[in-house]
Ligand binder design. Structure first.
Ligand SMILES: NC(=O)c1ccc[n+]([C@@H]2O[C@H](COP(=O)([O-])OP(=O)(O)OC[C@H]3O[C@@H](n4cnc5c(N)ncnc54)[C@H](O)[C@@H]3O)[C@@H](O)[C@H]2O)c1
Length: 265
């Protein structure tokens, strides 16, 4: 588990459904302090401040700052504002659903592909480059990914970016071993969040999980389990784990074919 009293940065908060929110909650439950980042003030007003399950007092009590990971100056300023940290979560992804996702894989929207690559994969390296000087005693970084060894329908360029993100995790793990900073990814099964439900074919993915997951998988509830795995990776119990992609997907990633009716819970 995480180290009590230490500060952890969780980037990629949109609303209270975000995986980032569940991770922040889990870190706090285990005694850590959390600084969240939201992409910009406008998105916070539109989405986070209208989260139905949070009171205005609960929202005001959170440490929420702003950082668009495509803006180098903002990333630099953000980490200058956090002071010393023990860990960092990258819970960020974006691909234009009109061009990079959907029924047709081929697209000539190269700028959209580059933008999706920058936000969803390169940004992990960008934030670690600015964060590691603030992790002088070592630390842990966790990124959120989705099964990238298989080609799922409609996930298209996001699947490509997730494969790249996992490769960035390995490269960073190699680079920062000497700084005693560990970098890992949690590969989550489908979770109903804003980003996920904007993916064309999300319903299809959710249905697929009902057929291939050996453990029951509830797209509305399992983010707590995903968050707890991130909390484990952030803390000293995972001291010798780095460069890994840990699957928190109900076991779907190891199944050949579908679960037979008599094999299901
Ligand atoms: N929901 C799922 O089914 C699922 C499964 C596996 C992995 N993931 C991954 O988990 C992570 C979090 O997604 P989520 O499902 O919680 O959705 P979400 O919509 O709550 O979070 C995505 C976040 O990315 C942020 N973002 C996008 N562009 C950004 C930019 N330029 N700068 C800073 N932030 C930016 C958004 O503002 C948002 O806060 C993503 O990497 C996603 O791919 C999600």
């Amino acid at each position: 588990m995480i180290e009590a009293g230490k500060t952890y940065v969780v980037m990629g908060l949109l609303n209270s459904d975000s995986i980032a929110f569940a991770i922040g909650k889990s870190i706090k439950e285990h005694g850590g302090k959390v600084i969240f980042s939201v992409q910009n003030e406008r998105l916070k007003r539109i989405f986070f401040d209208r989260s139905k399950d949070l009171s205005q007092e609960e929202i005001a009590a959170l440490d929420i700052r702003y950082c668009d990971v495509t803006d180098e100056a903002q990333v630099k300023a953000f980490f200058e504002s956090t002071g010393e940290i023990s860990g960092l979560v990258h819970s960020i992804g974006y691909a234009n659903p009109k061009t990079c996702l959907g029924a047709e894989f081929h697209t000539d929207a190269i700028e959209d592909i580059k933008n999706a690559f920058n936000i969803s994969a390169v940004s992990l390296a960008t934030i670690v480059r600015h964060a590691y000087p603030h992790m002088k005693a070592g630390g842990s970084v966790v990124a959120l990914t989705f099964e990238s060894r298989l080609a799922f329908p409609q996930y298209n360029w996001m699947g490509v970016n997730k494969a790249a993100l996992e490769a960035v995790v390995r490269a960073l793990a190699r680079r920062h071993g000497k700084d005693l900073i560990r970098i890992n990814a949690v590969s989550a099964g489908p979770i109903a969040t804003k980003a996920a439900t904007s993916i064309p074919g999300f319903e299809m993915l959710a249905n697929t999980w009902q057929k291939i997951s050996p453990l029951p998988w509830n797209v509305y509830e399992e983010k707590t389990e995903v968050a707890n795995a991130a909390t484990f990776l952030l803390g000293p119990l995972a001291k010798k784990i780095t460069g890994q992609t840990i699957y928190v997907d109900g076991g779907a990633s190891i199944i050949g074919g579908e679960m037979l009716p008599e094999e299901r819970a």
